[in-house]
Design a protein around this ligand. Sequence first.
Ligand code: TMP
Ligand code: ASP
Length: 235
Amino acid sequence: MKKLDMMYEGKAKKVYRTDDPERLIVEYKDDATAFNGEKRGTISGKGVVNNRMSNHFMRLLEEAGIPTHYVQELSDRETLVKAVSIFPLEVIVRNIAAGSFSKRYGVKEGTVFKKPTLEFCYKNDALGDPLINESHIYAMELAVPSELALIREYAYKINSFLKATLQQCGITLVDFKLEFGKTADGTVVLADEISPDTCRFWDAKTGEKLDKDRFRQDLGNVEGAYQEMARRLFG
Ligand code: TMP
Ligand code: ASP
């Protein structure tokens, strides 16, 4: 597999073409942004942790029957993935109130939900990724009902699986954001990443935040949190 020209540079990753049109290489950066790019910084070693962690979860999810874009880890920052067209949706699952949920609804951070919640945001930086509902998704033709049904089913299954897996490492899965894509043959697959950039992880005993909220909220020891998550998962 030959790495060709860069196709796209995002906030936390670069995407390269390969000599196979159905395969891309993602490269994880240490760059971090928050509040739609308003806050910028570097989290040293983040790219390595996110690449490894995301690939670990995607491999486990594949085994559990969830199709993903993951193909092969190429290096400590690079992974071969299936080329997909991304649904312009952020799919957010929450087990505990935090972040925008707490802010929007005035619900105290840490309030545990009886059942997980699921919400969609329209992936559009210019608009600040606004909340969107199912009928809006159909009106804008961002996905069709059969695709959205699969996305919903996968999102809840991923939540159950990740929650249980993380619990064994002493981590509480508070919430997370997923992105899905469609391969050339129309298969809906989990794409993007699952990492401390895209999830809220709290230490199950102390409640210590072990994710990007340390960067967003200037809590200090940001690098340490990413390394601690790697230690919990990989020893
Ligand atoms: P929120 O509470 O800010 O809406 O975030 C919900 C989850 O989504 C949280 O785990 C962090 C993740 N997230 C992203 O992955 N990217 C984003 O741009 C934002 C705002 C949140
Ligand atoms: N990735 C987001 C941004 O800068 C921020 C976040 O994750 O909170 O747009």
